[in-house]
Write a protein that binds this ligand. Structure first.
Ligand code: UDP
Length: 329
């Protein structure tokens, strides 16, 4: 299938491009390179630089390339920034996405795969988290993703758009060959920051809160490998052939790890000691988030390949060792 990967130079999008090729599909990348990296592009894949909200530009790409399905990864994803700069988040994550959906509708592209997030649930009612839990985001980032889920439902109902929204838990790791990986500017995610602390690029890692009601007092999260996430996106294609289909899946391993466990995993994998500072809680962090991904397993035949935190950290460490300064662009 001819697939437009919007945000294909970003972290998850670039890994998905590789998985699409491996599965025999033909990806085309659209990215404005604001957060994406040229170094994350796959040379043989057509690349269009521009904004997803630019209807004329996107419409031309859809038509010229004969796109059948659009995957959308091009969202801003920093929770803290979404609280202080909500205009930026609503503008890109909702308004520009609406423009993208509008031009898809005009051109007649009727299949869509969307990067959503477990942040749409807010503080969950139950653990592990199934798809039927109430969605009550506690920050604008999660709200923008929920807004798009709701837009998609309406478009599916009104115009027969078929879509899948994947609610990711904590995307982590890098490609096994170490050629692409995680390089956010600024980096806020735990695993790359702990690796930086292990190699001395940072003085230490601060643990945000050690007094949570969890076994070791630190937050529990469900770290899931970026290639496992990508494979689920491709496994859903067959279900989108009928018009008007709407699917929602939680994607996580189901096994939570605490902040301290992630630090220990980095120490084991790198063989280096990580300097740790115990700090106060970060506002807006729920104590525990982990997935029940039975639905994705049953309906998509999805199986997690990277089933331990050490396996995930090994790939992040491999990427870091080969690219100590990230993409350098
Ligand atoms: N965390 C931490 N120190 C850091 C960065 C993150 O203790 O420097 C914690 C954070 O409070 C959360 C977990 O690590 O409990 C994962 O955070 P991350 O930002 O990677 O992902 P999130 O769960 O916020 O999407």
């Amino acid at each position: 299938m001819k697939v437009l990967v919007v945000g294909g130079a970003g972290y998850i999008g670039s890994h998905c491009v590789r998985q699409l090729i491996a599965a025999g599909h033909e990806p085309v990348v659209l990215d404005n390179l604001v957060y994406g990296h040229k170094g994350a592009l796959t040379p043989e894949v057509p690349f269009y630089e521009g904004d997803l909200g630019d209807k004329e530009f996107v419409g031309k790409v859809l038509k010229d390339e004969g796109i059948e399905l659009v995957m959308h990864f091009a969202a801003y994803c920093f929770v803290g920034e979404s609280v202080t700069e909500p205009f930026k988040y609503y503008e890109n994550n909702v308004v520009a996405t609406l423009r993208l959906l509008e031009v898809m509708h005009e051109v007649g592209v009727k299949k869509f795969v969307f990067s959503s997030t477990c942040a749409t649930y807010g503080v969950p009612e139950r653990l592990p988290m199934t798809e039927d839990l109430a969605q009550a985001p506690i920050n604008p980032y999660g709200q923008t993703k929920l807004d798009v889920e709701n837009i998609l439902k309406a478009l599916s109902h009104a115009y027969g758009l078929s879509f899948a929204a994947f609610r990711y838990f904590n995307a982590a790791g890098a490609s096994v060959d170490g050629s692409i990986g995680e390089d956010h500017q600024p980096e806020t995610h735990l695993i790359p920051l702990v690796i930086d602390a292990a190699v001395g690029k940072r003085e230490n890692i601060k643990i945000f809160g050690t007094d949570y009601d969890t076994p070791d007092g630190t937050c529990l999260r469900d770290y899931v490998h970026v290639d496992d996430l990508s494979r689920a996106h491709i496994a859903v294609f067959d279900k989108l052939s009928e018009p008007g289909q709407a699917f929602f899946y939680n994607l996580g391993t189901g096994t939570p790890n605490s902040v301290r466990e992630v630090i220990s995993a980095v120490e084991r994998v790198t063989g280096k000691k990580v300097p740790v500072i115990e700090d106060v809680r970060r506002p807006g962090d729920p104590p525990a988030l982990f997935a029940d991904s039975t639905k994705a397993q049953t309906e998509l035949g999805w199986k997690v390949e990277f089933d331990s935190i050490d396996k995930i950290v090994e790939t992040a460490w491999n990427w870091h060792s080969k690219n100590p300064n990230g993409y350098n662009d």
